[in-house]
Design a binder for this molecule. Structure first.
Ligand SMILES: *Cc1c(COP(=O)(O)O)cnc(C)c1O
Length: 425
């Protein structure tokens, strides 16, 4: 599409947008009497207006039924977790028996590493991206130490080449091949939180398997954002949080994927809890764990109903919007942002910022990361004071993510204008 750098053009795109009405399903924060330009859905998604009702329903059922709610709540708590696999499986490209809503992201990462990182003297290394999110790095370091290895020669990072900001797939492949059968696990993010790079999950998985290693992915910035086909890509496991693109509220319940070929094996190694036990014998409360032969078998505890109610409210919106439609709009929205940013770069004699997210629309999601070359913090503060909510990542990156469920082309245009004047002032 031929874009134009005018408000009229942006408004025209909004009129043509078939998902336009979805914005009204969300609360948009107000600043100085005006709706903010919210470009931070990659960090915390906006609150759906319906969420309060979903949560209130559960509070009411708790008040009315007390322990009877396990069986008699409108959505019985005993089986509440079963409301999720259908919707989650569509978002991550999985079979229903491969996904489960549970715990939080880092907890799930640890649980899945317990299952899929089982180092031996010969096969112990982890291959991952350089500058993975801190929590993931801490999870890896502590797991490696737990087994008596040293992170320094066990965790092998693949970094961008000098002068580059994203990691080349050929370098990932070469690193995996180089370390070969000393690798126990290849663990990458789906979309890197800093650069916004969407990794080639299928190729990474294929290469990991070719040396006999497992492949796992942290989809915090990928789920609800980019197209995923975890089952067909043969991914071994994945985990994610629900408060970013999935709009399920701060600290909301996380999720996990375990490929069917492992998930259906009740004897597969894991840390167990009663909620993962065969439902028929769960309440006999006897010793001798017998796993549910699906991703549900990784559950530890009974479901956190209040946070799951918020999760359900949001996933129902995803269902109505349709993930394919969201992908279509996302591509256009981020392409328009890319176009406007490049206009600003072209108009400035001096280089003020550089976009470090891949240009190729299949290697990124909503987010673009601006590496600020000059005055970064001042510019960030200036756009923030003018009603833009984005975020700053040390040492010098502004991340902006227009989200197809609730952002408009007008948001993107106004952000561009504000950024332009903030650079010049
Ligand atoms: C957001 C994010 C986290 C946060 O972990 P929690 O356990 O939900 O606090 C971890 N890893 C990545 C890659 C993230 O983007």
């Amino acid at each position: 599409m031929e874009f134009q750098n005018t408000l009229e053009f942006a408004k025209q795109l909004d009129v043509q947008d078939t998902l336009q009405q979805f914005r009204s399903l969300f609360y948009i924060p107000i600043m100085n009497g005006k709706e903010v330009i919210y470009l931070n859905g990659n960090s915390l998604g906006l609150q759906p207006k319906a969420t309060q009702e979903y949560v209130l329903d559960e509070l009411e059922d708790w008040a009315s039924f007390a322990s009877g709610g396990h069986a008699h709540a409108r959505k019985p708590w005993m089986t509440y977790n079963e409301l999720f696999p259908k919707q989650l499986s569509k978002l991550v490209g999985a079979h229903e028996n491969e996904v489960v809503a549970m715990n939080s992201l880092t907890v799930n990462l640890h649980l899945l590493m317990v299952s899929f990182y089982r180092p031996t003297k010969e096969r112990y290394k982890i291959i991952c991206e350089a500058k993975a999110f801190s929590s993931d790095q801490y999870a890896m370091e502590s797991q490696v130490r737990h087994y008596g290895f040293s992170p320094d020669d066990t965790i092998i990072e693949v970094a961008p080449r000098d002068g580059e900001h994203t990691i080349r797939i050929e370098d990932i492949i070469a690193t995996i091949q180089k370390h070969g059968d000393s690798i126990a696990l290849v663990l990458f993010s789906g979309v890197n939180y800093f650069s916004g790079q969407f990794f080639d999950i299928a190729t990474i998985t294929y290469t990991a398997h070719s040396v006999g290693a497992f492949a796992g992915f942290d989809l915090a910035h990928a789920v609800g954002n980019v197209p995923l086909a975890l089952h067909d890509w043969d991914v071994d496991f994945a985990c994610w949080c629900s408060y970013k693109y999935l709009n399920s509220g701060p600290g909301g319940v996380g999720g996990a994927f375990i490929h069917e070929r492992h998930a259906t094996v009740s004897s597969f190694n894991r840390f167990a809890g009663w909620w993962g036990n065969d439902k028929a014998t769960r309440f006999q409360l006897q010793k001798g764990f017998k796993a549910i032969p699906s991703a549900d078998g990784w559950q530890l505890s009974n479901a956190p109903i209040l946070s799951m109610a918020a999760h359900k409210a949001s996933l129902d919106i995803f269902d109505k919007a349709g993930i394919e439609n969201l992908h279509q709009k996302r591509k256009l929205l981020t392409a328009y942002l890319d176009y406007l940013l490049n206009k600003i770069i072209d108009e400035n004699d001096e280089e003020v910022f550089e976009i470090i997210t891949p240009i190729n629309e299949n290697e990124r999601g909503c987010q673009l990361s601006l590496l600020m070359l000059k005055d970064g913090k001042r510019i960030y503060d200036a756009i923030t004071n003018q009603g833009v909510m984005s975020d700053w990542r040390e040492p010098n990156v502004i991340r902006v993510a227009p989200v197809p469920l609730y952002n408009t082309f007008e948001d993107v245009f106004r952000f561009g204008s504000i950024l332009k004047t903030s650079i010049m002032s």
